[in-house]
Write a protein that binds this ligand. Structure first.
Ligand SMILES: Cc1ncc(COP(=O)(O)O)c(C=O)c1O
Length: 437
């Protein structure tokens, strides 16, 4: 757990005091829901794939060491407090960087833009920076509207791309009209259904937006050939294809991008936009990116290079951290490691599904992004609670509650994977035992 002992930043409040303050000044209903679950996992000391809860997750329990298989959807791809990331951030601060000025040019935005262009396929070589994933998704939709001069956007039922998007509506037309923001025209189709996509995408469609692996939707794996077909449909209709790689990108599947062989070795496409968030921060400094093809730039920025800005998006400290993260995570040895332990993890989960066919419907995933789908929606949620008791944090999927999403950090080692499987198995046995009683 490292040598963090000082009660300066962690443990300044008891759990009781924290719940009271949080309820009063941050979000009361959230505290209530955790109380309803009967536990509160409040991160205390954290390191690698582990975090110690501030107090016992349940009343009267001592603090507990938990393996973080939530990874905050990829924020902790490198685990908690990766030493190279800490060093980079400290060096960047000592080396003279700060946030930078978003109205001015920036050495580190230029360097990170170049780095992203190196790892992105085709001619995707421009990047606009943001702070959150939702902000970068808004950027991609805005830019696709400006480029195509069309309004309509097609997404997947159950997909999740963020909670932002209202702020532009409060502003002046000068900043809205280019992006046709006054007239939302959003449609949804079932994920993985190429026919539905074909019927819905028209000459009016500005963009199709999809996650490589819809996470909140239940870790859905599209049939082979789906993404290449969607690419063809978009090309035929002149629509932009936006790939949301906030969770499924940056090495999560064992390839750097899910759309570039991460789902099926031969399914490789070049989207028009690629959006990253979460893992871009390396769990240390918030940053999101919206990367796109060069021809798109002109229709957005030519008349006014300041038409889209983000004051804290693309902070220079964040860019330095993200640059290091890409160096680490795009290394072929790192990706081979994800593939190897991913196979071990996937085999373990598939075996669990095979041995418990009365309760588990399916284990599916790629690399270190897996979903365990139960027949009963309640079991997905109860499983999360049983896993907490076993010292393991995972999530049920918000838009598919029968499915638990399990995303160990990409640095997880073979023996740690065995331990994770053991803890999930123990939780499953408890769930089955209680169902029988
Ligand atoms: C796939 C995906 N896209 C976009 C977002 C939005 O990211 P943020 O919460 O940083 O706005 C999320 C957040 O969970 C996500 O999972």
């Amino acid at each position: 757990m490292g040598n963090i002992t000082e009660k300066k930043y962690i443990g300044t409040l008891s759990q009781k005091e924290l719940l009271k303050l949080y309820s009063k000044h941050v979000n009361g209903p959230k505290v209530k829901i955790f109380k309803g679950f009967g536990f509160a996992v409040i991160p205390g000391v954290r390191n690698n794939i582990y975090m110690k809860t501030l107090d016992g997750p349940r009343k009267g329990q001592p603090p507990m060491e938990i393996i973080n298989c939530r990874s905050s959807g990829g924020v902790f791809n490198l685990g908690h407090r990766h030493p190279e990331i800490i060093k980079t951030l400290k060096d960047a601060i000592d080396g003279g960087l700060d946030l930078g000025d978003h109205m001015l040019l920036s050495e580190w935005r230029a360097l990170l833009g170049q780095k992203l262009a190196e790892v992105l396929p085709g001619n995707i070589n421009k990047t606009t920076f943001g702070v959150s994933g939702g902000e970068a998704i808004d950027t991609a939709i805005k830019f696709s509207r400006a480029y195509t001069k069309r309004k309509s956007c097609v997404s997947a039922i159950g997909g999740y791309h963020g909670h932002t998007g209202f702020s532009l509506l409060t502003g002046d037309p000068e900043f809205r009209d280019t992006f046709l923001w006054n007239n939302p025209d959003f449609k949804q189709v079932p994920f993985g259904d190429a026919d539905a996509m074909k019927k819905t995408v028209t000459e009016e469609t500005a963009c199709v937006i999809l996650e490589g692996i819809p996470a909140t939707g239940g870790v859905l794996i599209a049939p082979e050939g789906y993404f290449p077909t969607v690419r063809e449909i978009c090309d035929e209709k002149g629509a932009m294809l936006i790939l949301d790689e906030v969770q499924s990108g940056l090495g999560r599947t064992g390839e750097f991008w899910s759309f570039d062989g991460g789902l099926y070795p031969d399914d490789k496409i070049v989207p028009d936009f690629v959006v990253c968030g979460k893992g871009m921060s390396s769990g240390m400094y918030p940053l999101s990116t919206c990367s796109y093809k060069p021809e798109i730039e002109k229709s957005v920025f030519k008349e006014d290079p300041f038409i889209h800005i983000s004051t804290t998006g693309g902070s220079e400290l964040g860019c330095a951290v993200a640059y290091k993260m890409i160096e680490i995570q795009s290394d072929p040895n790192f990706l081979s490691h994800v593939k190897e332990v991913g196979e071990q993890f996937g085999n373990g989960l598939k075996m669990m599904a095979k041995n418990n066919p009365e309760i588990i419907k399916e284990a599916r995933g790629r690399g270190l992004m897996w979903g365990l789908e139960f027949y009963d929606e309640m079991d997905g949620q109860l499983m999360m609670l049983h896993c907490i008791n076993q010292g393991l944090l995972l999530n049920y999927c918000g838009n598919n509650k029968a499915t638990d999403i399990i995303m160990p950090p990409l640095i997880t080692e073979e023996d740690q994977i065995s331990e994770i499987i053991k803890r999930i198995e123990n939780a499953l046995n408890k769930l089955i035992e209680l169902k029988k009683s």
